[in-house]
Write a protein that binds this ligand. Structure first.
Ligand code: ATP
Ligand code: MG
Length: 339
């Protein structure tokens, strides 16, 4: 049976809004892949509960996440857009994959080390520890071929490949072994105030993070206040000039102009010129983006319908995969088939 190759990705609803790093590093790629892939994009609400969170906010954040993904260009007519907890096969497969994951290999995941070091491993949840296994299930349950992610997720996709190969080897050919799809240039957008750190939604300070719900004025201010360096020359050099290089990257992806072209255009000009122009571009982006998001959020009924249709499409693929996995695993089949 020939089918289009499949792409799968998600972005956690752990903040009140996604940020410019998510937009550039994730959503722009998701949108581009829709043409040539059968795409599955989802809101990982079950991942979001692995860290401290407020249940009173989660549903609202899930709606905002869906609206922002659509505003970014995810087309629910072409791609399945859904909420993770609406498709129970993710959690069911994750449990099975727990059984083929080594404690040692799970312990080597650097994201857990990073995220748990903040509060100390004593207080980190076991859910945060097994998060990469749920992520492997998210990917494998759709037999995904490509997983568009930022650099921070490379190790988790590598674990997913190992688990798929191990399962196939032990229990017979079952899973497609997926590949990470990381666009080198935009894999990491940096914090505007600390340009050697990744722009991150979970950073408690948002002066260096452009939220997609920022007003054009707020966004412009953040760009104009971006930390640069004590030189004056505008050139791309991530090591020596991380701040300026980050601004050039953002400018380049948002306009489609190459970095070389930008460096030539700004020859002899000052950092201020670059910032003012980029502030306008980013301001315009969040302006249109915000208006579209609010429009979508005003019609919850329509969002509910989109997410229900997305979950139904997702289950058409996820349920048969899980069935095969249960069979391969040796589970006895209940009378009348599996629920
Ligand atoms: P956290 O910092 O809490 O992990 P996050 O901002 O990284 O949150 P995620 O839900 O982990 O958000 O990531 C969603 C997607 O966005 C992933 O594909 C991730 O690789 C990508 N992404 C996140 N931050 C950036 C960034 N600064 N630059 C490029 N891509 C990013
Ligand atoms: Mg992350």
């Amino acid at each position: 049976m020939s089918r289009l190759p499949r792409a799968l990705s998600g972005a956690q609803p752990t903040a009140d809004s996604y940020h410019l790093g998510n937009y550039i590093g994730a959503f722009m790629n998701w949108v581009a892949l829709q043409d040539d892939f059968e795409a599955f994009y989802f809101i990982p609400d079950m991942h979001a509960i692995t860290v401290d969170y407020d249940p009173a906010q989660l549903a609202e954040r899930t709606y905002v996440a869906a609206a922002q993904m659509i505003a970014a260009g995810v087309d629910p007519e072409r791609s399945a857009l859904f909420v993770q907890s609406h498709v129970p096969e993710h959690a069911q497969l994750a449990w099975i994959l727990n059984g083929v994951t080594g404690f040692g290999e799970a312990s080597r995941m650097t994201q857990f080390k990073d995220k748990s070091s903040k509060a100390g491993t004593e207080f980190a949840s076991v859910g945060l520890f097994t998060y990469p296994i749920l992520m492997a299930a998210d990917i494998l349950v759709y037999q995904a071929d490509k997983v568009p992610v930022g650099e921070d997720q490379r190790q988790h996709v590598e674990l997913t490949r190992n688990l798929a190969q191990r399962f196939n080897h032990r229990f017979g050919e079952t899973f497609t072994v997926p590949e990470a799809y990381i666009v080198k240039e935009t894999a990491k957008i940096y914090d505007l105030q600390e340009p050697t750190n990744k722009m991150s939604g979970s950073n408690p300070v948002h002066t260096g993070v452009v939220d997609l719900t920022d007003t054009p004025k707020q966004a412009a201010k953040k760009i104009k206040s971006a930390v640069t360096d004590s030189e004056t020359e505008i050139r791309y050099d991530v090591k020596a000039k991380p701040g300026v290089s980050n601004l050039l990257t953002i400018y380049s992806v948002l306009t489609g102009r190459t970095i070389d072209d930008l460096v030539k255009a700004y020859e002899g000009k000052q950092y201020g010129h670059l910032k003012v122009d980029l502030a306008e571009i980013v301001g315009e982006l969040v302006g249109t983006f915000g208006a579209r998001t609010r429009e979508l959020l005003d019609d919850r009924g329509e969002l509910d319908r989109i997410l229900a249709a997305g979950a139904a499409r997702a289950r058409e693929v996820a349920a048969p995969t899980l069935d095969l996995v249960y069979e391969r695993s040796g589970f006895a089949k209940p009378l009348g088939g599996r629920p």
